[in-house]
Design a protein around this ligand. Structure first.
Ligand SMILES: O=C(O)c1ccccc1NCC(=O)[C@H](O)[C@H](O)COP(=O)(O)O
Length: 216
């Protein structure tokens, strides 16, 4: 079981996520978000991440200039594209930067599953998330879950991660229903938007690992 904790905003939060057992730590580069990270702050925030933990940069329909600046920090192992990027744009980003790319896809109904294969053909990983409501300010990180039965028994040609409204309380059921081997959380381990609750991060990782063991 691999856990990603997203929307971290300080070195202390990154350290706590690593100590809790996260396999991925994510920073959000999206100015409207309460979790937004600036490029200069990201360099410092990720200065001493332990070996073996993947550092993820989350962007939303970012242009090349923004991605150049983020990748230029030489701090990231994986790019998470969380906007309306097309499969062609995913392929372009992957080839321009030579870093693995994870494409986030929001689902709410069976028809939203239809596009997943076209992204699986170009992305290194998929992040299967809740589709944001039409009036949402943020395309992700809304703490909303989708009906996990929609993807029960589904698998794709690349590794995928389950996200959307996960919490220490519900992640076990989500893993059992979907068979996810990787899970991602942000709001569900916060005291308030943009501020992580260190005890909840640890509880989340424990619950995810316990569900994976129970499933084995
Ligand atoms: O977190 C944000 O503010 C954010 C902004 C713009 C796009 C995506 C964003 N977050 C995505 C995530 O943190 C996760 O990858 C995932 O969607 C889980 O979010 P949550 O439902 O809050 O656990």
């Amino acid at each position: 079981m691999r856990v990603k904790i997203c929307g971290l905003r300080s070195r202390a939060e990154v350290r706590a996520a690593a100590e809790a057992g996260a396999s991925y730590v994510g920073l959000v580069f999206f100015p409207p978000s309460p979790r937004n990270m600036t490029i200069p702050d990201a360099r410092w925030t990720l200065e001493d991440v332990p070996e073996g933990i993947a550092r993820v940069a989350l962007t939303v329909d970012a242009d090349d200039e923004t991605l150049d600046a983020i990748v230029g920090l030489e701090r990231f192992d994986l790019l998470q594209l969380h906007g309306a990027e097309t499969p062609e744009r995913v392929a372009q980003v992957k080839s321009r930067y030579g870093l693995p790319v994870m494409k986030a896809l929001g689902i709410a109904e069976p028809r939203h599953l239809g596009v997943i294969d076209s992204y699986a053909a170009v992305a290194d990983q998929l992040l299967i998330d809740a589709r944001p409501p039409r009036d949402a300010t943020l395309p992700g990180g809304n703490g909303l879950a989708f009906d996990w039965r929609l993807i029960a028994g589904q698998d794709w040609d690349v590794p995928w991660m389950l996200a959307g409204g996960l919490t220490p309380e519900n992640v076990g059921e989500a893993i059992r229903l979907t068979g996810a081997r990787q899970v991602d959380v942000s709001s569900g381990v916060e005291e308030r938007p943009g501020k992580k609750d260190l005890a909840r991060m640890a509880a989340f990782v424990r619950a995810a690992h316990a569900a994976a063991v129970a499933d084995a």
